[in-house]
Design a protein around this ligand. Structure first.
Ligand code: ZN
Length: 444
């Protein structure tokens, strides 16, 4: 280091005649070379390096598509919100199949078909045993919807799953536009995908609150759909889909707590005059075909559809009763060792108090036990429902094994119903009755 002259350091070279002439230069590489050198970073990162670290770049950032980046980092592109606008019911209906459920439902269902109207966001849920049922159910859904709403279904959007492919001739014959999602792009069917999640999560919340086993999932999901259709939606100016579709407010006074204890009027089912007029049942939601409630009798594994039902919404029969409270001491004393109680004559003051407290405790204990029905005692609950994922075979009587249909008739709401219909008849009725979910005349 030498002295500075006016702020600069001078380099004094030796006075030699044969000094080679040297030119000091800095070479600048192209932005593409720097992109490759730095391991193919994002364009924004490279721009930041150029401006902050003064990388010597000879050219502007290239806007060419780097094939190596595409091969190594290809990802899904952001989707814009659909610009589709509908003015009428059935302009567009989204459809998708959910499942299979890991637990077979009590009625033998594994999957469900969900149809969502784009205009009103109203949903129809159809529990199914197999995907091939979609063909029949959807054709019947179209007939029902077109008749009930006096309009034609114009377009359907699906994820082009196998269950919808054989509907193509049906769509073509009626002039229905079949909008299909691109392969592996379920986001394009996002409306019904979000609805699936809403239905399943609400249904699971109902099961969690009621502590019903998972084999009741289709009752829970059906009730979830019924309720979501009646909840206000932000996308519809806080109107419920029901109000949007039927142009009237739903009747909330009809709702009850899912899974609570109920007592349906069962006198028409009595076999003799000494039969009880009712039995403690579990509320399993709203009948799609009647203006009534579905009541499950755990003692007989039978579902009744009834209009005349008394509810006890504070008792959930499948939920284990709370553990008994620790009995309070009969009396407290400031003495470390109170004198033993011998005879009423020796301690005339403490004896009545102790007896009263003891009898009060006994009364409270008895009444808390009596608040739960006999079939929901801790022993019965733990033995019957310790594993919520138990299969149908473990719980359902032999009759269900052989016939694989429920013990209630789907159109039976009062007396004189045949409880063991022929399987063929039941299936046809079941498929047909499923179409009348949430009709104007059945959803007051
Ligand atoms: Zn690259």
């Amino acid at each position: 280091m030498g002295p500075s002259e006016q702020g600069l350091y001078t380099i004094r070279l030796p006075q030699l005649k044969s000094i080679p002439k040297v030119v000091f230069t800095a070479t600048k590489e192209s932005s593409t070379i720097w992109h490759n050198r730095l391991g193919h970073p994002h364009r924004r990162v490279l721009q930041s390096l150029i401006s902050s670290c003064f990388l010597p770049v000879s050219t502007k950032l290239s806007s060419c598509l780097c094939s190596s980046c595409q091969m190594g980092k290809s990802c899904k592109l952001p989707l814009k919100l659909s610009a589709f606008h509908s003015n009428h019911v059935l302009d567009l209906v989204y459809c998708d199949v959910w499942g299979p459920s890991p637990t077979l439902s009590i009625d033998g269902y594994r999957i469900f078909l969900l149809c969502v109207d784009h205009h009103s966001r109203y949903m129809w849920l159809y529990p199914l045993k197999q995907k091939s049922d979609v063909y029949t159910i959807f054709k019947n859904f179209v007939s029902m919807a077109e008749r009930q709403f006096s309009t034609k279904l114009k377009s359907v959007q699906t994820d082009w799953g196998g269950e919808f492919r054989n509907l193509t001739p049906f769509f073509t014959s009626l002039g229905i536009v079949h909008r299909r999602s691109c392969p592996h792009t379920s986001e394009q069917n996002g409306t019904v995908e979000r609805r699936h999640r809403h239905v399943v999560e609400t249904g699971l919340a109902l099961l969690a609150h009621s502590n019903l086993p998972q084999r009741f999932w289709h009752f829970a999901f059906d009730t979830a759909t019924y309720l979501i259709n009646r909840l206000p939606s932000r996308t519809s100016s806080n109107k419920s889909p029901y109000q949007h579709l039927f142009n009237r407010k739903p009747d909330y006074s009809f709702l009850r707590v899912f899974g609570c204890q109920c007592f349906p009027f069962l006198r028409p089912y009595n076999r003799h005059k000494m039969d009880f007029r009712s039995a403690p049942c579990v509320f399993l939601g709203y009948s799609p075909d009647h203006h009534g409630y579905r009541c499950f009798d755990p003692a007989t594994e039978r579902v009744y559809v009834a209009r005349h039902v008394r509810f006890n919404e504070h008792i959930l029969p499948f939920r284990a009763p709370p553990p008994p409270a620790t009995p309070p001491p009969a009396y407290t004393s400031i003495f470390p060792d109170p004198p033993p109680y011998t005879t009423p004559e020796t301690t005339p003051e403490s004896c009545p108090a102790a007896q009263t407290a003891h009898s009060d405790h006994q009364t409270a204990s008895t009444s808390s036990t009596a608040a739960f029905p006999a079939h929901s005692s801790p022993t019965a609950t733990s033995s019957a429902h310790s594993n919520p994922t138990e299969t149908l075979q473990q719980h359902v009587p032999d009759q269900l094994h052989t016939h694989s249909f429920p013990k209630y008739h789907p159109t039976c709401s009062t007396a004189s119903c045949k409880l063991t219909p022929q399987p063929k008849t039941y299936r046809s009725l079941q498929s047909f009755s499923l179409l009348y979910h949430h009709l104007p005349w059945s959803t007051y």
